[in-house]
Design a protein around this ligand. Structure first.
Ligand code: 6PG
Length: 469
């Protein structure tokens, strides 16, 4: 074989990744189920075509690659991956390595790793959309450490780099660890997007600002603490003109969010882990509610429309501060969930390394991740809100978050992610909570017992038969 790597699946992401790999100097053999797609890809590869070997059968793909082979799979997550692994089995030996680079559910990656495939297998999370895949994604690798050693030259070559030149490709842990970290990334992606959308809603419906003005405010935020890819593109989205009807394009886009499921997986897994991630859960919930457009229209007709104007109540600066606070709370929850997962699955997930890998290339890349990496380096298991740097930040931003959430509640503007972040924060800063009532109730109806503050061993209330004896 003339290539040292192969790639299966020339959809948007696969094609971009193949070009990236070729551009970094690695000859690559490619195969797609539909041969015309492979041919069109090769014909459109320009100068890089010389480093790309198009193949028409799986057998041809495999023999175009020098052993031991590395083959990257970029096919839709789910059954298509299992089918492809099965189809490859007759062609590959125990030293060949198949890399699932799609958005697999990490439980599937765990299962595939344990299944005893006749070749080596790793699952990697790749973030950054098409642009990232083409010019530098963030890459979260799961699998055997020796396979990471083998893959690191190509993955670090194609990955995004931070300002200091560090490649954003790293080993997260065994088996499904890479896809798990990618799922949490996507949960945070949903939450960041939702919180930005909530501030957009306050500006649009509460302050009566037009999309252009909102876009300019986002663009300003992108110059400060909130500097991030998602705030940057939100500015661009709000500022874009509608090529069909003129006016702001944003005003013409249907308000029903799609989703492919990765955010939902994160919320489900958080429940399995008993890890509180309310901001992410709220973001998933909000997408689900957004999809119920007809019902929402009936609701508006029944309960009355639009919120009152908030003129003079909130400023754009309040919203900026609230978003900073919400973001810190959301990431604190996400990292705490990964800490819980590491303990549960026996993975030594490296929190600072995860924050570092997210600094460039991925959808949630932001200036704040640098500070998070630093804070997590001080004490990886400590909740981020308890790190001095972020505690200071929160003391500063929390009053604005309260003002924004209160104004939303008063005026009928839904802020599920920001509000649930605040509620979680207020629980986290309350030493004497209210679950003593829950425990009393549980004991009352189910004799589940409780512990007393004074340590005396009297686990039942006087409502229990024989409890006072
Ligand atoms: C990324 C993204 C990407 C994801 C899309 C769509 O990191 O590049 O997370 O992997 O598939 O953003 O996600 P939804 O369709 O669920 O919004």
């Amino acid at each position: 074989g003339q290539a040292n790597i192969g790639l299966i699946g020339l959809g948007t992401m696969g094609a971009a990744l193949a070009l990236n790999i070729a551009e970094k100097g690695f000859p690559i053999a490619v195969w797609n189920r539909t041969t015309s797609v492979t041919q069109a890809f090769h014909a459109g590869a320009g100068a890089l075509a010389a480093r790309i070997v198009p193949t028409e059968t799986l057998a041809a793909l495999v023999s175009a690659i020098a052993a031991p082979r590395t083959i990257i799979l970029m096919v839709p997550a789910g059954p298509a991956v299992d089918q492809q692994l099965e189809a490859l089995a007759p062609y590959l030996g125990p030293d060949d390595l198949v890399v699932d680079a799609g958005n697999a559910n990490f439980h599937d990656t765990n299962r595939r790793t344990a299944a005893g495939l006749p070749f080596r297998f790793v699952g990697i999370g790749v973030s950054g959309g098409e642009e990232g895949a083409r010019h530098g994604p963030a890459i979260m690798v799961g699998g055997a450490a020796e396979d990471w050693q083998r893959l690191s030259p190509v993955l670090q070559a194609i990955a995004a780099r931070t300002e200091d030149g560090t490649p954003c490709a790293d080993w997260m842990g065994p088996a499904g660890a890479g896809h798990f970290v990618k799922a949490v990334h996507n949960g945070i992606e949903y939450a960041d997007m939702q919180m930005i959308a909530e501030t957009y809603g306050v500006m649009r419906d509460g302050m009566g600002l037009a999309s252009e003005a909102i876009g300019q405010i986002f663009a300003r935020w992108n110059e400060g603490t909130l500097r991030s890819y998602l705030v940057e593109i939100s500015a661009a989205v709000a500022l874009a003109r509608d090529p069909v009807a003129g006016g702001p394009l944003l005003d013409m886009i249907v308000d029903a969010a799609g989703q492919k499921g990765t955010g939902r997986w994160t919320a489900i897994e958080a429940q399995n882990l008993a890890a509180p991630i309310p901001v992410i859960e709220a973001a998933v919930m909000a997408r689900n509610v957004s999809a119920r457009r007809a019902e929402r229209a009936i609701g508006e007709a029944l309960f009355g429309a639009a919120p009152q104007r908030l003129d003079g109540v909130l400023t754009a600066d309040d919203l900026e501060q609230a978003l900073i606070a919400g973001k810190i709370l959301c990431y604190a929850q996400g990292f705490a969930m990964m800490t819980a997962a590491g303990a549960e699955f026996g993975w030594a997930l490296d929190m600072p390394a995860i924050a570092r890998v997210w600094r460039a290339g991925c959808i949630i890349r932001s200036a704040m991740l640098n500070d998070m990496a630093n804070a997590l380096s001080e004490d990886p298991a400590r909740n981020l809100i308890l790190a001095p740097f972020f505690a200071d930040h929160l003391r500063h931003c929390l009053p604005a978050l309260r003002r924004v959430v209160a104004a939303g509640a008063q005026n009928g503007l839904a802020l599920p992610a920001l509000a649930s972040g605040l509620a979680w924060f207020d629980m986290m800063r309350t030493a004497r909570g209210t679950a003593n009532m829950i425990q009393g109730q549980r004991d009352y109806f189910g004799l589940h017992g409780f512990q007393r503050l004074d340590g005396i061993d009297r686990p039942h209330g006087p409502w229990a038969a024989g409890a006072s004896a």
